[in-house]
Design a protein around this ligand. Structure first.
Ligand SMILES: [Zn+2]
Ligand SMILES: [Zn+2]
Length: 489
């Protein structure tokens, strides 16, 4: 039975906003001089939650040399964070991010994406390969990986293109790409339309224990469509994409997973039929997982009336029955990953109108607030289940070990304020782009920031430095790539 979800049973953003309370967010300071000097932290009084270890308790945590340690072992000079009422979780991993770097850095670049991700609570992302040129060779993978390591903000896992130039014609060299550090294979933005080629790809990927993660879209059915094919596209007299465009490829990929044994992850599912097929495949025991985005959970195709090209997505926003099926898929565990499909575009590109604007919205800085509001505060998911969607689920897809908060584990942490009421202000986002329909929406809950690479990113509540700076007022924060003493209001 569908559980009561009081704040999600509505299609449009203003209605969602009306159900939730509004407050202004607090000021945030960045203190760049702390960046290179502070290496020890004491996190006091938070609820520490790690779904992978069945952990949910009040616990103090120490961080030294980038590793978790007992709080008692921390030196008196450590940065001390008072986190009563807050939650500390393993670092969130966004499994679906378009960095736009190299080649489209007017939309986003590695540094702005890292700032957006880290301050929004993510300590890791999986980068999509549809850069310009596409990530289809080891040299390109090594170059972006080296830059990410030098930046030192977050872990940037790489996916590589399945086919050369993402043209769907010739497979890339999977073994060489894996040797260069690639964790997954995808032509995201499209998928090889030729089933024999995809079958060969899955056989080769399976040999190398690499997952194939797929953007399920049959181009023969979706071609020309700018939104979901339904009553709203008819009313607006614009071409639509039927659900079958997604579902036919979902069926193909499940069939090929069965034949080849390859691990398959289905990206950004949008239709009820796709969720049904995935659920059935999992009952069969097939190694297939699925992902959903906050925008497909929040909106229906009716949003296109209001937001125009800011609600133009691939796959498109569909109908209320689909949205409910996606929520149900999260509730029963069929969908194990919440990912943003963070897709920056310039204002000029999105201003071209519904027919010609590019697909996609930015998501990194809205994902946690929208997700907590929609999924946790609605009563649909527990906080533990919500956290698992950004930690356990995505790590499983990439074949990474489950996250640990044991002493000696890497201190890659997300710090949440699950109850704070605030309004999303897109103008304050760190992302270079502003294509986001959530401007002004009231949310409950957010990430205060993250801790990774021995550095705090974003906003941290009540931070003080005994023996160094004395008490620092509540609401101050430490670090943020490219930020120099900037104050947000
Ligand atoms: Zn895609
Ligand atoms: Zn994508």
């Amino acid at each position: 039975m569908w559980p009561p979800v009081p704040s999600v049973g509505r299609p449009s953003l203003p209605q969602l906003a009306a159900e939730l309370m509004v407050t202004a967010s607090g000021g945030v300071f960045f203190i760049p001089e702390m960046r290179s000097t502070m290496r020890e932290y004491l996190l006091l009084g938070a609820r520490v939650i790690n779904p992978a270890e069945g952990l949910s308790e009040l616990r103090d945590l120490g961080v030294r040399d980038g590793l978790l340690c007992p709080a008692e072992e921390i030196s008196p000079d450590a940065v001390c964070l008072h986190l009563r009422g807050k939650v500390v979780a393993p670092g969130f991993l966004d499994l679906h991010v378009h960095l736009r770097d190299p080649g489209q850095t007017y939309k986003e670049d590695l540094q702005t994406a890292a700032a957006a991700a880290a301050c929004a609570g993510f300590t890791a992302v999986l980068a999509m390969p549809n850069t310009s040129p596409a990530m289809d060779c080891p040299a390109a993978i090594r170059a972006i990986t080296a830059r990410a390591e030098q930046l030192g903000v977050m872990a940037v896992y790489q996916s590589a293109a399945l086919t050369v130039g993402r043209k769907g014609e010739q497979l890339t060299d999977f073994a060489a790409l894996k040797a260069a550090g690639v964790r997954a294979l995808t032509d995201d933005g499209s998928t090889p339309q030729d089933e024999a080629l995809m079958r060969a790809a899955m056989l080769a990927a399976r040999e190398l224990s690499l997952p194939v993660i797929d953007h399920c879209e049959d181009a023969s059915l979706s071609r020309g469509g700018v939104m979901h094919a339904g009553a709203v596209s008819a009313e607006l007299a614009v071409p639509g994409q039927p659900r079958a465009a997604e579902e036919r490829i979902v069926e193909r990929d499940i069939r090929l997973a069965r034949e080849t044994g390859c691990r398959v992850h289905l990206q950004h599912l949008s239709s009820a039929g796709s969720v049904d097929r995935l659920r059935q495949a999992q009952r069969e025991g097939l190694p297939v997982t699925g992902e959903v985005t906050p925008h497909h959970l929040c909106f229906t195709d009716a949003a296109v009336r209001q937001y125009g090209s800011q609600a133009k997505m691939a796959p498109p926003l569909r109908e209320e029955s689909d949205r409910k099926a996606l929520l149900q898929g999260l509730a029963d565990g069929t969908l194990s990953v919440l990912a943003t499909d963070h897709a920056p575009h310039s204002a000029e590109e999105k201003a071209r109108g519904l027919l010609t604007a590019p697909f996609g919205i930015i998501g990194l800085e809205a994902a946690v607030p929208v997700g907590l509001t929609l999924l946790y505060h609605s009563g649909l998911l527990s906080l533990e289940q919500f956290i698992a969607l950004f930690t356990v689920g995505p790590r499983q897809v990439l074949g990474l070990p489950p996250p640990s908060l044991a002493h000696g584990a890497p201190a890659e942490l997300t710090i949440l304020d699950p109850g704070v009421e605030h309004t999303l202000e897109v103008a304050s986002f760190h992302s270079k782009s502003r294509n986001c329909p959530w401007q002004g929406v009231s949310c409950r809950g957010r990430a205060l920031g993250s801790l990774s690479h021995s550095q705090l990113w974003g906003e941290v509540w009540d931070c003080h430095l005994p023996g160094r700076h004395g008490k620092i007022d509540a609401g101050q924060a430490c670090g943020g790539p490219g930020q120099t003493g900037k104050k947000h209001t």
